[in-house]
Design a protein around this ligand. Structure first.
Ligand code: HEC
Ligand code: HEC
Length: 325
């Protein structure tokens, strides 16, 4: 190290005085602009500490002169949002089906509110977009167990199915095998009969001879709920057996297992969980998923109300047989 100031010949910059094997270390000063930014950020940090919440303390933190709180701001925004939505939810809760049908603004609100409530509460069972899965019906198609009009869907959501709610939708398909109501052979025969009446008859190559043996059992044990022609009955939530849509799977084994065990799926009641507006929004969202049916103007129950099991169905002709006058 030497005391005299040594300058590099080429750049004119001072050296630090360090030298290794003839290579000298330059003492290049920091650029001005860099230094200014550096000092400015120190000043900015001090101002920030004074104004904003910054330093942790033993119990709490320095709040700063502005008393800023993100949490309080979010809470206020959520509150404001709820307050601004409340009139819409009220309007929705009070709207008749006809009101809703001619109010696009209300429809859009119902769809959005319904979609978010569905995602949080229904999707676990019914799948995204109501795609369904074994035991959990597809909501996006036009096959309905209990009914697909806005009012019927709303009622299902309100009271649930076999949910324990006093007005719940209820019916109980017996476990014909497990409870020894039919023999193993009889179950095989009636399974074949069900397949032969359904649109799955070709896919599963129904055996006409075996199916014929099951016809009488069907009329005695099953027609009460599923209808003489197999068209189903919404009053008891009995699915149509004519299509090739199966709640519990469409293989011969799965169809047989349903007859063997009965299943009686449970859908919770939501009445206590949601206000009327949210239930209406959910119903609207489900209704517009793809299979919603128009609301019946004349009271609907008359078409399928089957008071006495066994005799009302008669010899139906074709798929419309359930529509007794
Ligand atoms: C714990 C699972 C579960 C949850 C959660 C659930 N469901 Fe269901 N849901 C079911 C089952 C099972 C059925 C069919 C019951 C049966 O066998 O009739 C059903 C049936 C329905 C039906 C009747 C379908 C028809 O064909 O008539 C509607 C509508 C429905 N659910 C809507 C909803 C909505 C809306 C929600 C959310 C608020 C919801 N479900 C949440 C299990 C569930
Ligand atoms: C008390 C009414 C009732 C009777 C009687 C009844 N069922 Fe059912 N059945 C239902 C209901 C309700 C369902 C669907 C709901 C559930 O179990 O979760 C169903 C479902 C089925 C299914 C499944 C359909 C699917 O989509 O997966 C088949 C198959 C079936 N029944 C066949 C029969 C046969 C065969 C008999 C007679 C031996 C019979 N049922 C008697 C009410 C009944």
């Amino acid at each position: 190290m030497s005391d005299k100031i040594d300058r590099d010949d080429v750049s004119g910059t001072e050296t630090t005085g360090h030298e290794w094997d003839g290579i000298k270390e330059l003492d290049t000063p920091l650029p001005r602009w860099w230094l200014y930014i550096f000092y400015a950020s120190i000043v900015a940090a001090v101002i920030y500490w004074v104004l904003m919440p910054a330093w942790p303390l033993a119990n709490g933190y320095t709040r700063g002169l502005l008393n800023w709180s993100d949490r309080r701001i979010v809470a206020a925004e959520v509150h404001a949002l709820e307050a601004s939505r409340a009139p819409m939810f009220n309007r929705l809760a009070q709207a008749s089906t006809a009101d809703l049908a001619r109010d696009p603004e209300l429809q859009e609100f119902a769809r959005a509110a319904g979609e978010s409530a569905f995602g949080d509460n229904c999707q676990t069972c019914h799948g995204a977009g109501g795609a369904g899965s074994t035991g959990y019906p597809v909501l996006a198609d036009d096959v309905w167990l209990w009914g697909g009009s806005l009012d019927e869907i709303e009622h299902t959501i309100r009271v649930g199915i076999r949910s324990g709610h006093p007005d719940a939708r209820i019916s109980q398909m017996p476990a014909f095998g497990r409870d020894h109501m039919l023999t193993v052979d009889q179950i095989g025969n009636v399974t074949e009969y069900v397949i032969s009446m359904s649109a799955a008859r070709e896919r599963l190559q129904a055996d006409a001879r075996v199916a014929a043996l099951g016809a009488q059992i069907y009329q005695e044990q099953c027609a009460v709920c599923h209808g003489a022609t197999g068209a189903g009955d919404r009053v008891v939530g009995a699915p149509s057996l004519l299509d090739d849509v199966w709640l519990y799977g469409g293989s011969r084994e799965e169809i047989r297992r349903q007859i063997d065990l009965g299943r009686n799926g449970v859908m919770p009641t939501w009445e206590r969980r949601f206000d009327d507006g949210t239930i209406r929004a959910l119903a609207y969202y489900v209704h517009q998923m793809g299979g919603g049916e128009p609301d019946v103007v004349a009271p609907a129950p008359a078409q399928t109300a089957a008071p006495a099991p066994g005799i009302d169905q008669g010899q139906g002709s074709g798929a419309g047989a359930d529509a007794t006058p």
